[in-house]
Write a protein that binds this ligand. Structure first.
Ligand code: GLP
Length: 242
């Protein structure tokens, strides 16, 4: 696992965008794994700017997002579908049919999870997966205790995650209690992974991710075992590292 320490959020976002652009420009049919949350917003803005300046095109790019809340339609402003459209997709030259997120309104959630897995497999593999980090060590919506051999599945959000994500909703009670998430094993199959973390509130989680033991109690720790995982952290998020 490679650790890159940078000064601040801007530098983290810039470096991540350079790596994404590099991957797109050097892969024939690039498949990106994308994340939501506040952390990758700066990266997405940089990608929009680079696309506008003709430094990168998304015409051949396919994307798969990590997760979606169960119960929210894709046009719900709190859904991850909506977030991705607003923060990235509608501003770049990507083919909308090449962008994929789980359907949180599917009538058969189990089938939806299976279909999502199958679609990723049919496309090949994710060449570059972007990850954020939950304060409790979750990646995507894989909460502590999730099996390392999990695949795309329905998951129940823990209180800590509901609280952390309540800032996006009018009321905490509006945060969905369940989500569809790519599993740990599905994520680990990506060719390359870049995890981004910024700010003091991620410092403890980053320390555990980098220096702690590899355990299902702290899902992100599995990245220590990935052959091409890079963690880009700003000074605040890296402040507790030895
Ligand atoms: C959510 C998402 C994760 C994300 C995490 C951290 O729970 N499901 O994919 O990494 O939040 O979010 P933030 O970047 O806003 O701290």
């Amino acid at each position: 696992m490679k650790i890159i320490k940078v000064k601040d959020y801007q530098e983290m976002s810039r470096l991540a965008s350079e790596q994404v652009i590099d991957k797109i420009n050097n892969t024939e049919k690039p498949v990106l794994g994308l994340a939501t949350g506040s952390t990758p917003e700066g990266l997405y803005q940089n990608l929009i700017d680079a696309n506008k300046n003709n430094l990168v095109s998304f015409k051949n790019v396919t994307t798969f997002n990590l997760d979606e809340y169960i119960g929210l339609a894709s046009d719900d402003p709190n859904s991850y579908n909506y977030f991705m459209n607003e923060k990235l997709f509608k501003h770049i030259d990507i083919e909308p049919s090449n962008t994929h997120l789980p359907n949180g309104k599917a009538t058969d959630i189990e089938q939806e999870c299976q279909d999502y897995e199958d679609l990723i497999k049919k496309t090949g593999k994710v060449n570059l997966q972007i990850l954020g980090l939950g304060v409790n060590g979750h990646i995507a919506f894989n909460e502590p205790g999730t099996s390392f051999s999990s695949r795309t599945q329905k998951t129940e959000l823990v209180e800590e995650t509901i609280e952390a994500n309540a800032r996006f909703f009018d009321r905490k009670e509006d945060v969905p209690t369940h989500a569809i998430t790519m599993g740990i094993e599905s994520i680990m199959e990506s060719e390359e992974i870049i995890l981004l973390a910024s700010g003091k509130n991620k410092a403890k989680a980053i320390k555990q991710l980098v220096e702690g033991e590899v355990t299902e109690d702290f899902p992100a720790s599995i990245l220590q075992k990935h052959p091409h995982a890079t963690i880009i952290v700003d000074q605040d998020a890296a402040s507790l590292l030895e």
